[in-house]
Design a protein around this ligand. Structure first.
Ligand code: 5RP
Length: 248
């Protein structure tokens, strides 16, 4: 692991550990500065950490007159790109991206990810799959030795609405655990994704072969995509409590 951000490390030692929000910003700024260059097509992830990455992208476009186009992974990402005055594109015009930057809910030692806490996993996986480099940004709470140790809400799985009951039952029968239909905060109904589907959150026990589990779940009729990102991430930037940034 490489550690950078010594100026912030000094700041942190003066004022105690930094908060997760500041750690997100450190990771996002470092990733944008190290991986985005002029004339690139950039995939823009979803969530709260990506907000800092888009801030930094916009700052660099203004200051360095960078010429970049951004491809969003969600309605939220699209809004962020537009609100920051960045150039919006899509996979029709840019099917090959130079880099995609996105947050994660958990990152293990092999850069296997759980994503989809915000329900955007399908478009996030498509965009990451189109990128030459996929870079993850996260605060220290997402860093994990094994999936399930940090993120307790389970693996999000996007499903066709009519199939959510049989898909949930099949997953539990084959892999154990519990599969809950994700409900809106108001409890008035299920969360509906940008693709008009539902999300099952599958809470599992213990370590797994994630390649095998991901492939098996994807084969169940009605499953659109899983929030398991196996062998996709090239780098992960973690903003740490001491104000440094760890790169894996
Ligand atoms: C959304 C995602 C997010 O990238 C993930 O939930 C991390 O979000 P945050 O940066 O808010 O912690 O996968 O579907």
């Amino acid at each position: 692991a490489v550690v950078c951000g010594s100026k912030n490390a000094r700041l942190a030692s003066r004022s105690g550990p930094i908060m997760a929000e500041e750690a997100k910003k450190l990771a996002a700024y470092a990733a944008v500065d190290n991986h985005v260059q002029n004339n690139q097509a950039v995939g823009v992830g979803s969530g709260s950490t990506i907000v800092y990455a888009v801030d930094r992208l916009a700052e660099r476009v203004r200051q360095e007159k960078l010429n970049i186009v951004c491809v969003p992974t969600s309605f939220q990402a699209r809004q962020l790109i537009l609100q920051h005055g960045l150039s919006l594109s899509d996979l029709d015009r840019h099917p090959e991206l130079d880099v995609a930057i996105d947050g994660a809910d958990e990152v293990d030692a092999r850069l296997t990810l759980i994503k989809g806490g915000g329900g955007c996993l399908t478009q996030e996986k498509i965009v990451a799959g189109c990128a030459k480099h996929f870079v993850v940004i996260a605060d220290y709470r997402k860093d994990s030795k094994a999936l399930g140790q940090q993120w307790k809400k389970g693996v999000p799985i996007e499903v066709i609405p009519m199939a959510h009951v049989p898909v949930g039952r099949t997953i539990v029968r084959r892999f154990g655990g519990v599969a809950n239909l994700r409900m809106a905060v108001s409890k008035a109904g299920p969360v509906v994704t940008d693709n008009c589907n539902f999300i099952l959150d599958w809470k599992f026990d213990g370590a797994r072969d994630w390649t095998e589990v991901n492939t098996a779940i994807k084969m169940i009729p009605g499953v659109v995509e899983t929030g398991l990102f196996v062998g996709m991430a090239d780098r992960a930037y973690f903003g740490m409590e001491d104000g440094s940034v760890q790169v894996r």
